[in-house]
Design a protein around this ligand. Structure first.
Ligand code: GLU
Length: 446
């Protein structure tokens, strides 16, 4: 059977065994497409059921998370941790608290994480977790009680050498604090390497907060440089206004770009003169308000329910959530002159959108490469924890910059090696895959 048929047959089987998980199907399908290219050249990567094993998580945990709200009512949420692949190191990946979370979403995120973590060049496997708990509108005490209940189950499954969770959507420094406190209490040890994204006085790393957004911009700058352009003077759209978006906007403007629009799920703000990052940080991080407050206080236009991708720009950085940018929006970007797209979020561009970028010759950096700076800096936090050290901001930032540059070089050389010059999706999938696959083949059928 030829490679294409083999992969299609395998994908059909996967659809049946994982019914009702469209995001997982989407993530796998994109990787399998790239694997056709590898298997054509190096058929040994299909040996020993390697592809089938790669798409099946090593372990999936689903658990009840009961907690008591401020009215004394019992609430029940569902907790997940998908420990996908530990061939390169302990499972590593964030926790997402959002009402849309289900097993399929966590599996897509965990699957992507394997390749992303591989691309960082650091010894970390892939995993992801979370809950359908909605932090929006909850009091601090409710969030604390939820985190404590969540960790009461999760604590037996994680550890410095086993599985090291971190943040994602809905899980930031505050939640990591509550989770770590409960872990420390239950385990009766201060095991700093069990979680990343910790506070700076108890084992956290400088630059971790900024890392995903900064990393996306470092990689974008490198991608633009190889195309003979620079961020300086460019107009940039940054979707979202969470942790990734804020620091992507900050770093893009440090490079001399103007961030012309940002958003949240209620709409977008138009900022033709650039974003006041300090004001945005205060509104989102301290006051936890909506982006509309920014528009009111800064005196800029807020487009309620609008599509941010209709704004004219040179560069687009989708930093909100999966499938936020579809084929039609990609068409708008193309018509408005966007030449570079880098994913700060996980899988924000639909396959249709990626198709439009490819046809239009728009340089597109997938999340596995472009947003790997967050987890890479988590791995640097683990290094500091293991050596009981804490590095300076400048040193850690320099390491992050080097990692992002190396990722881009690796991704683009791999694409060229496989006759896909400029196809950074294929480059990222193939380079990420080969490292994990080599480790899995070396370690036998397990
Ligand atoms: N949630 C982030 C990601 O998608 C970071 C994970 C981590 O630091 O472990 O990569």
């Amino acid at each position: 059977m030829n490679v294409d048929n083999k992969i299609s047959e395998y994908y059909d089987k996967l659809l049946k065994r994982n019914a009702g998980e469209p995001e997982f199907h989407q993530a796998v399908s994109e990787v399998l497409d790239s694997l056709k290219i590898v298997l054509g050249k190096d058929p040994h990567y299909a040996d020993y059921g390697l592809v089938e094993r790669l798409c099946e998580p090593e372990r999936q945990l689903i658990f009840r998370v009961p907690w008591i709200d401020d009215n004394g009512q019992v609430q029940v949420n569902r907790g997940f941790r998908v420990q996908f692949n530990s061939a390169l190191g302990p499972y590593k990946g964030g926790l997402r608290f959002h009402p849309s979370v289900n097993l399929g979403i966590i599996k897509f995120l965990g699957f992507e994480q394997i390749f992303k973590n591989s691309l960082t060049g650091l010894p970390i496997g892939g995993g992801k977790g979370g809950s359908d708990f909605d932090p929006k509108g909850k009091s601090e005490l409710e969030i604390m009680r939820f985190c404590q209940s969540f960790m009461t189950e999760l604590h037996r499954h994680i550890g410095e050498y086993r599985d090291v969770p971190a943040g994602d959507i809905g899980v930031g420094g505050r939640e990591i604090g509550f989770l770590f406190g409960q872990y420390r209490r239950l385990a009766n040890q201060h095991e700093s390497g069990v979680l990343t994204g910790k506070g700076l006085t108890w084992g956290g790393s400088l630059v971790r907060t900024e890392a995903t957004g900064y990393g996306t911009v470092y990689l974008t700058a490198e991608m633009m440089r190889t195309h003979g352009e620079a961020l300086s003077g460019a107009k940039v759209i940054v979707s979202g206004s969470g942790n990734v978006a804020i620091y992507a906007a900050a770093k893009a403007q440090e490079h001399g770009a103007t961030v012309v629009a940002m958003s949240d799920s209620s709409g977008y703000i138009l900022t033709p003169e650039g974003v006041d990052v300090d004001l945005l940080k205060d509104i989102k991080e301290n006051r936890r308000e909506r982006i509309n407050s920014y528009a009111q206080e800064a005196g800029v236009k807020f487009v309620e329910g609008g599509n941010i991708w209709e704004v004219e720009a040179d560069v687009a950085l989708p930093c909100a959530t999966q499938n936020e940018l579809d084929g039609e929006s990609a068409q708008l970007l193309k018509n408005n002159g966007v030449r570079y797209v880098a994913e700060g979020a996980n899988m924000p561009c639909t396959p249709d959108a990626v198709h439009v970028f490819r046809e239009a010759g728009i340089a597109f950096a997938p999340g596995k490469a472009a947003n790997a700076g967050g987890v890479a800096t988590s791995a640097l936090e683990m290094q500091q924890n293991a050596s009981r050290d804490s590095w300076s901001f400048a040193y850690t930032d320099e390491r992050l910059k080097q990692i992002m540059t190396r990722i881009f070089v690796n991704v683009s050389t791999t694409a060229a090696e496989y006759d896909r010059e400029g196809d950074y999706v294929a480059g990222a999938n193939i380079a990420g895959f080969k490292k994990v696959a080599d480790a899995m083949l070396a370690q036998g059928v397990i």
